[in-house]
Design a protein around this ligand. Structure first.
Ligand code: DX5
Ligand code: ZN
Length: 220
């Protein structure tokens, strides 16, 4: 199984994104947290910032939309060239319709679940998505502690992906470090977002450590 390490630039120096992006050259994708101060109590970047980031980095962007009304906003991120656009299940009444629109534009479509959102409703719909993001903290802020209580959702997803043979990436986001990445990999995740653990040290070293831990503990 391929492992992907996606550093979150929420933990980067906001005044120096271009040089911060160079520090994470060994990343697979760049995770960009868009927050609107409504869906979550924090405000980060919007579409012009994401579009500009995509211009200055050759890395594909993995955009995580923590905003209300993604039906209105998500397609714009796909049109701006984001590789992957993940919206929250809790914020839309039509996850499948929105995912189809994102795919039509040419982006990968991801659906994110807050820690308290059950996964059961989505297991039979997995072919409609390219990625499922199981939040391992309450969305809104970096630097929080990993919630191991979310792992049973990953196990169900991994079982369903194995059973169906679908190529759906299973992402975790929040509190991922060298220790917790092993727990998430064992539960079935293959795509790992890490903010503070990457940027607080030497990013290239941190990415290598995370990748090694994930590979050691991954399913096959
Ligand atoms: C939280 C964001 C995360 C955040 C993770 O709402 O979705 O991507 O940057 O940060 P850490 O790795 O510090 O928990
Ligand atoms: Zn995120």
């Amino acid at each position: 199984m391929s492992i992907r390490i996606n550093p979150s630039i929420l933990a980067a120096d906001f005044a120096n994104f271009e040089s911060e992006l160079q520090r994470i050259a060994s990343a697979d994708y760049i995770h960009v947290d868009v927050m609107d101060n409504h869906f979550v109590p924090n405000l980060t970047f919007g579409l012009p910032m994401v579009a500009r980031l995509q211009e200055v980095t050759p890395k594909p962007l993995d955009v995580h939309l923590m905003l209300d009304n993604p039906d209105r906003w998500a397609p714009g991120y796909a049109e701006a060239g984001a590789f992957s656009v993940t919206f929250h299940a809790e914020a839309t009444g039509d996850s499948v319709g929105l995912a189809r629109r994102l795919r039509d534009i040419g982006a990968r479509a991801g659906i994110a679940l807050k820690p308290s959102t059950p996964v059961e409703d989505y297991l039979e719909l997995l072919d409609e998505f390219d990625q499922v993001l199981v939040m391992t903290v309450e969305p809104g802020f970096g630097g929080q502690s990993f919630m191991e209580s979310t792992m049973p959702k990953l196990a169900l997803l991994r079982e369903q992906v194995s059973k169906t043979g679908l190529d759906v990436w299973l992402q975790v986001d929040g509190g991922i470090n060298e220790t917790t990445i092993a727990i998430a990999a064992e539960a079935g995740a293959d795509t790992f977002v890490a903010g503070s653990s990457v940027f607080r040290g030497e990013p290239a070293e941190q990415i290598a450590l995370l990748r090694a831990a994930a590979e050691t503990h991954s399913h096959d």
